[in-house]
Design a protein around this ligand. Structure first.
Ligand code: CA
Length: 122
């Protein structure tokens, strides 16, 4: 049952990337994520806690996480880019922000399932 669920998520993620080429240039999407899947140089974020669930990875800012299907979804992340990022509770870098240095972990309750945009180098 669980593996079937993961497979359907993978198919959905692939379809999303295919119809939005502007996003694929910046963010790759895979399923069944884990911290080990996040390569050096990337900012990775997961729908579930502790690097689980759907994953996005990017090297550039994402002004509206809705464009990659992750608005108000992120529950854990790993910043491997070597620069600071800011995670905002509203799209287009508005609202309260959480500054993320070289960090890996699950988000605190105040930011869990609440991030709507990500900016590199803030
Ligand atoms: Ca989540």
């Amino acid at each position: 049952m669980r593996s079937a669920s993961i497979l359907s998520t993978a198919v959905a993620a692939t379809a999303l990337v295919a119809i939005q080429p502007a996003v694929t240039a910046h963010a790759g999407t895979v399923s069944a994520g884990s911290y080990a899947a996040c390569s050096a140089g990337w900012f990775c974020a997961w729908d579930g806690p502790d690097g689980t669930g759907r994953e996005i990875r990017t090297q550039v800012s994402i002004p509206d996480l809705n464009t990659v299907g992750m608005d108000n979804q992120i529950s854990s992340l790993w910043n491997r880019t070597g620069v600071g990022w800011c995670a905002y509770l509203e799209p287009h870098y508005r609202g309260p922000a959480l500054r993320i240095g070289d960090w890996m972990g699950s988000l605190p309750p105040s930011a869990d399932n609440a991030i709507s945009s990500l900016r590199r180098g803030c």
